[in-house]
Write a protein that binds this ligand. Structure first.
Ligand SMILES: Cc1ncc(C[n+]2csc(CCOP(=O)(O)OP(=O)(O)O)c2C)c(N)n1
Length: 659
């Protein structure tokens, strides 16, 4: 291995040496503890330390770095106290996740580290968002994210690189190519020889380094960090390296040919650098001994502190309240009383525009939303007022854009992400349910992102442009869900969702966009999230519903004047308003839960179960449900009309009334 120390002082060379041996010494200790059964799982980075250490040492301390599962050197390089690091590994309170997530699955804003989720690839889009925030602030910072060669097969890899390329985001994508993804060798993972070919493919630069050579890694990353701070753009750095131990300790390395192991053993990053420094008389055996003694003492001290701490006590209230960034939603009244008749679609547009005026750090992203104004024209004309930096046309990649939203949030921005149709959220599903929804619970990071969801059927658009999919998110702890049924609520709830630094799914029914108008305040206002509304008062029975269901219920009530129907519009699905529902059920003693989404496992199932359990003594009839058929949404009018529940509503309500 050839080292080139030109440009480095002896002090710098020794600093890198010390940084390089630190993760190695920690790992050696961890392996002993693992054998003693004192820790449960360990993902070893032995053999790969020069990549993490070289990279983290090349960045400034206030630049974000996004490590994966073998990047211990990033944490030691950012001076994360050992006691906290070990407490984290042991699931203790003084770690970073209050015992809620394991190993390296955490971030720390203080250390400008954003840890991974198990799914690997989604990490890369977060780097895009962080870098976008840096670009918008013009603060000349670089961001660095790691990925393995295995994870490069995930769609997220492609999406994140493509977005970074198109938007010239200052991100260093370090691909640690260690030849295997768990047991799968590279030739079964991809068909190309080197990640260098990915550079031209994305229209960006790509370089390759010997990932076991600390000076080469450090020099290359330093060079590119300087370059992209000055002239923002992404770069791929492929680091060739090798994992000397099993994927995780229990899985072993039997699948690795012996000769390959021996080849890489000779290239050990720590030993080679040590020998180089010894030969050059920059390092002495005495210094090595001193360094090692000092680090080992620190490790032992950190371990003692971590072991002395008991496991966190379970407090249900804390577990639940930590799901969200603490924020109280209060309704804000409009400043003046002036009102204008607005369609549903215009109310959303109005709210979004006023939120953009109010929050200078709000960025709106979506497909075709800039010059074109979005397929539903909600952002029409916005670029003239707010510019293309804040009203961003995105490539066609829901996952990367939602991940970018989270990255923006980490770096101080708010975002609204428009799904062109709610159906397409499936392509960004992982980022929503595993990243946005869980990040605050895991390590206290807010996800200040609103995902706008043009939803619903009745427009002859078939199975992939008509779905109601709120139940997928309703089942996921950590998301707030609002679903307005009228223009007034649409504007007030959108503003409220944007103000709140927590993740929101905002459902807007396409069939209401241009069919429903109402006088709404001209000024900015918000509505309280989590509050239902009695949309129609009645005494004989309650219909608990939301969205289009509110309109079906109200028109049926007109059709059946002999039945006094009460309609409860939930407006917010997560959290839903149990109090208003209870009051209504206690008054009418009969209840139908109605929604446009399909029946099985729908939102109505939860509400009906809750009513049955908690209001049983108030009921004069079984809790009934009505929803769409359990099929995809059909295209042709005659089929779609009968798929939807409206045609069955009259007989269901009559059945309930007669019970
Ligand atoms: C989406 C997803 N699929 C599968 C896994 C299981 N898994 C964890 S790590 C890994 C291999 C990753 O290989 P690579 O990206 O090369 O990183 P390395 O472990 O070699 O450092 C696999 C298959 C996972 N964590 N996430």
């Amino acid at each position: 291995m050839r080292f080139n120390k030109s440009g480095y002082s002896n002090e710098e060379l020794l600093h890198l040496y010390k940084e390089l041996i630190t993760p190695r010494l920690i790992e050696e200790k961890m392996l002993i503890l693992l054998r003693q059964g004192k820790i449960s799982k360990w993902f070893s980075g032995i053999g790969q330390e020069a990549v993490s250490v070289g990279a983290v040492q090349a960045l400034n301390q206030d630049e974000y770095i996004l490590p994966m599962h073998r990047n211990l050197g990033v944490f030691t390089g950012r001076n994360v106290p050992f006691s906290r690091l070990f407490a984290q590994f042991q699931g203790k309170l003084s770690g970073f996740t209050k015992g809620r997530d394991r190993s390296f699955h955490f971030g720390s804003r203080e250390h400008h580290i954003v840890g991974m989720i198990s799914h690997l690839g989604p990490q890369m889009a977060l780097a895009d968002g962080i870098a976008l925030a840096n670009r918008l602030k013009e603060d000349k910072k670089a961001t660095l994210v790691f990925t393995g060669d295995g994870a490069s097969s995930e769609g997220d890899f492609h999406e994140a690189l493509n977005v970074a390329a198109v938007w010239d985001l200052p991100v260093i994508f370090v691909i640690e190519n260690n030849g295997y993804g768990l047991s799968t060798p590279s030739h079964e993972q991809f068909k190309f020889d080197s990640f260098l070919s990915k550079g031209p493919a994305y229209g960006i630069e790509a370089v390759q380094v010997d990932g076991n050579n600390i000076l080469e890694v450090h020099k290359t990353v330093s060079h590119w960090a300087k370059e992209i701070r000055k002239n923002p753009r992404p770069v791929i750095v492929e680091a060739l390296t090798f994992r000397m131990r099993g994927h995780e300790e229990a899985s072993g390395t039997k699948y690795v040919p012996k000769a390959l192991m021996e080849h890489w053993a000779k290239k050990d990053p720590v030993e080679n650098y040590e020998q180089y420094l010894l030969k050059g008389k920059i390092l002495t055996q005495k210094l090595i001994d001193n360094y090692k003694a000092e680090i080992k003492a620190e490790i032992d001290k950190g371990l003692d502190t971590a072991y002395a701490e008991s496991l966190p006590e379970f407090k249900e209230e804390t577990e639940l309240s930590d799901m969200f960034f603490p924020y109280e939603t209060r309704a804000k009244a409009p400043e003046s009383k002036t009102k204008t008749e607005k369609r549903f679609v215009d109310a959303i547009s109005d709210g979004l525009k006023q939120s953009l005026e109010r929050f200078e750090n709000l960025v709106v992203m979506g497909q075709d939303i800039a010059e074109y104004g979005g397929v539903f024209k909600i952002t029409e004309g916005f670029i003239d007022t707010f510019g293309k930096d804040r009203i961003r046309n995105t490539p066609l990649c829901e996952s990367a854009i939602i991940g970018t939203g989270l990255g923006l949030s980490i770096n101080g921005y708010k975002s609204v992400v428009e799904m062109q149709f709610a159906d397409f959220v499936t392509c960004g599903f992982n980022q929503i349910v595993n990243n946005l929804a869980k990040i605050h619970y895991r390590w206290g990071q807010q996800a200040d992102v609103v995902v706008r969801m043009p939803t619903g059927a009745g427009v002859g658009a078939g199975p992939f442009h008509s779905q109601s999919n709120e139940a997928w998110f309703f089942h996921t702890p950590g998301l707030k869900i609002v679903y307005p049924s009228n223009p007034y609520d649409a504007k007030g709830l959108l503003n409220a969702a944007i103000e709140d630094p927590n993740p929101y799914m905002y459902f807007e029914h396409k069939a209401l966009y241009r069919s429903l108008s109402q006088e709404i305040p001209d000024d900015y206002y918000t509505l309280e999230v989590g509050k239902a509304q009695v949309a129609l008062e009645g005494n004989d029975l309650s219909i608990v519903t939301y969205g289009m269901g509110v309109h079906w219920a109200k028109s049926l009530a007109e059709e059946l004047p002999h039945i006094s129907v009460e309609v409860v519009d939930l407006r917010t699905l997560s959290p839903w308003d149990k109090e208003t529902v209870s009051e209504s059920v206690k008054k009418t003693n009969k209840v139908l839960v109605l929604h446009e989404d399909t029946l099985i496992g729908g939102v109505g199932a939860e509400i009906a179960a809750w009513i049955s359990e908690h209001l049983f003594q108030w009921l004069d009839a079984p809790v009934m449900r009505l929803a769409s058929l359990d099929t995809p949404v059909p295209f042709t009018k005659t089929l779609e009309e009968n798929f939807l529940p409206q045609k069955r509503l009259k007989s269901k309500v009559t059945e309930l009334y007669d019970y």
